[in-house]
Design a protein around this ligand. Structure first.
Ligand code: SAM
Length: 282
């Protein structure tokens, strides 16, 4: 007779406010055989607070491959395991997906225990277009990769969500301003769910002044959302090239606008370029 495997639970924990913990978070963490935590010392106060005495092991970016193999062995032997990260939902810009991927390969059931997430929290108070968004997480640290990624994102019709460290927030807003243009709306979420929470919506140009306004704004954790490129359905009608080009050249450089118009309409580049020149000349 085959042995029943355990279940792998991906358990969200609060991102700063313990009252955001769910009853299911607590019961799951109490019931599993083992909790795999990103940083066991960091998670201990949370577990103490809720009277959770389940054994802990570590699962972080430096041991994720080897530790995941060992955890799969335990799951195959019938032990259930919960993964938690330092804050929020594990596997989202946090360790856990290597283990989840292996669990799927071994037919081990994977169960989400939903809860706090910094990106979704800020998106819910952004007021941006029906909550549609692209989640990027942290930007690449290498400049070339960063610029290439942002260059693709600037024409996306959806809001884009980034995570950023406080020591890089000013430089990142400057880069976003250069790539997306000063007029694009941005939503900054600082220290969400914590005592000094701030949610501020403005233009990328004014975001720089807002950050400079007080030194404490260069501390704390940030989520940044940039509004998507606004193109309405009528504008997307490929027979109305002029309207499309007018909308695009308002937000983008001439060459970027033409490039995007070529992709959308399938028209010849030279034709669209000439139209765009005509439309933008004073
Ligand atoms: N897994 C987490 C989640 O579900 O949101 C994200 C982990 S990621 C390593 C950490 C980043 O999330 C921080 O650098 C910051 O950008 C963002 N973050 C986490 N907590 C936050 C908070 N309370 N307020 C604003 N941003 C936060």
């Amino acid at each position: 007779m085959g042995r029943t495997t355990g279940t792998l639970f991906m358990v969200a924990t609060p991102i700063g406010n313990l009252s955001d913990a769910s009853a299911r978070m607590v019961s799951t963490l109490k019931e599993v055989a083992l909790i795999a935590a990103e940083d066991t010392r960091h998670s201990q106060p949370l577990l103490n607070y809720f009277g959770i005495t389940t054994p802990l092991c570590s699962l972080h970016e430096h041991n994720e491959q080897s530790q995941s193999v060992q955890l799969i062995e335990k799951l195959l032997h019938g032990e259930s395991i919960a993964v938690i990260s330092d804050a929020g939902t594990p596997g989202i810009s946090d360790p856990g997906q290597v283990l989840v991927n292996l669990a799927h390969q071994h037919g081990i059931p994977v169960c989400p225990i939903p809860g706090a997430n910094a990106a979704i929290s800020l998106m819910s108070v952004s007021g941006l277009k029906e909550g549609q968004f692209l989640f990027v997480g942290f930007l690449p640290s290498k400049n070339q990769e960063k610029t290439a990624l942002l260059d693709n994102l600037k024409v996306a019709p959806y809001a884009t969500v980034f995570y950023e460290a406080p020591h890089r927030i000013k430089a990142t807003i400057k880069t976003l301003c250069e790539v997306f243009g000063e007029r694009r709306q941005v939503v900054l979420g600082r220290e969400l769910t914590k005592l000094f929470e701030e949610v501020h919506r403005t233009t990328l140009k004014d975001a720089r002044d807002w950050l400079d306004h007080s030194p404490h704004r260069l501390k704390g954790e940030y989520v940044v959302i940039i509004e998507g490129l606004a193109i309405d359905a009528a504008t997307l009608d490929i027979t109305r090239h002029d309207k499309l080009l007018t909308a695009l050249t308002e937000k983008l450089s001439l060459s970027d606008a033409v490039k995007l118009a070529v992709t959308i309409t399938g028209e010849k580049k030279n034709f669209l370029y000439e139209r765009a020149l005509l439309l933008t000349s004073p």
